[in-house]
Design a binder for this molecule. Structure first.
Ligand SMILES: [Zn+2]
Ligand SMILES: [Zn+2]
Length: 336
């Protein structure tokens, strides 16, 4: 089968001779149809984390069931499925305290085991969500949305709150819509690209602000006491350091965008103490895929405008370069 194989750090090769995966009794073989390219793929490509080579990346997968294992109930060839990439053991300390995203044997399709940048993918049947009402391309947004739903849970967006989203890429656009769905009275979105801000307006942003030298003054005007929740969706460490000032006293900062593992910023412990701030992390998905699936299937979150380019798997290296340079206008997907 055809697949993009990461053979070493920064060495991704598209091959036609990769052996199709063998499935176990509780597995499903999924014929990939659409698989999003994510900032995490860039980190994996660059060897920042979870590097076990060779690896077929791709964790934002939707496709069609090609075959099912002997013990699989409720799925059959031809079914259209979205795939939760998270594979946990359900036995370790963290699984037993419902923090499955910290499972000691945590695995994820396309991160630690072969994923969706391949014609055929082996996934556990229980990770498949059958859908009908959306396209494969839309369905492939369910994974980032499930991460966003977990982040929203972590940030505890309250009805009537004022939210600031930094970064208007696909993740920022999803946080914007999810914050509105959670009852935020106002969501302000910041980016350095006008077209992304225009899209944020379409997705219900109450204010959009171009990040320039006057950013601080502009945000102070919108929220003189700061925002109840600030969400970083840029993954740029400097943005985090510079934007703690925008959290209202007693408010929360959600660190959502993925920075490099070596990145450092200066923060003032005194400020966190004195202003009662909460700095909150959010890693991947914790049993939030089902709710994301419903938001997606029922149309409560709209992802139709988030795709900027669908490319064949041969062009994945170009897609990764675009993601790294920040030149992707919006989401890129590999399609089969
Ligand atoms: Zn992702
Ligand atoms: Zn576990």
């Amino acid at each position: 089968m055809k697949a993009a194989v990461l053979e070493a750090v920064k060495k991704i090769v598209v091959r036609n001779d990769v052996a199709p995966p063998q499935i176990g009794p509780r597995d499903v073989l999924v014929r990939a149809k659409a698989c999003g390219i994510c900032g995490t793929d860039v980190h994996i490509w660059e060897g920042d984390f979870f590097p076990t080579f060779p690896l077929i990346p791709g964790h934002e997968l939707a496709g069609e069931v090609a075959a099912v294992g002997d013990e699989v109930d409720g799925l059959k060839p031809g079914d259209r499925v979205m795939v939760d990439p998270t594979v946990t053991c359900e036995e370790c300390h963290f699984c037993m305290i419902n923090r499955q995203n910290h499972c000691l044997r945590w695995n994820a399709v396309g991160v630690t085991r072969d994923g969706g940048f391949a014609e055929l993918v082996r996934v556990p049947a229980k990770n498949c969500y059958r859908f009908e009402n959306v396209s494969f391309s839309e369905a492939a947004f369910c994974e980032p949305l499930a991460c966003v739903v977990f982040g929203q849970d972590r940030a505890r967006i309250e009805i009537g709150s004022e939210v600031l989203v930094l970064g208007a890429g696909p993740i920022g656009q999803l946080h914007l819509q999810a914050s509105r769905a959670n009852g935020a009275a106002a969501v302000t979105v910041v980016d350095i690209v006008e077209s992304k801000l225009a899209l944020a307006r379409e997705h219900g942003a109450t204010e959009v602000v171009l990040a320039d030298n006057a950013l601080s003054a502009k945000l102070k005007k919108i929220a003189p006491y700061g925002f109840d929740v600030v969400i970083d969706a840029t993954g740029v460490a400097r943005v985090f350091g510079d934007s703690i000032q925008y959290v209202k006293n007693g408010g929360r900062y959600l660190v959502f965008g993925v920075c490099g593992p070596q990145d450092k910023v200066e923060v003032s412990p005194f400020e966190i103490y004195r202003r009662d701030l909460e700095i909150i992390g959010s890693f991947a998905i914790r049993r939030t895929y089902d709710r994301a699936f419903k938001l997606m299937e029922r149309g409560a979150v709209d992802v139709k405008k988030l795709l900027s380019e669908a490319m064949p798997v041969e062009e994945l290296p170009r897609g990764l370069e675009m993601m790294k340079k920040g030149t992707a206008p919006m989401k890129l997907q590999v399609v089969f």
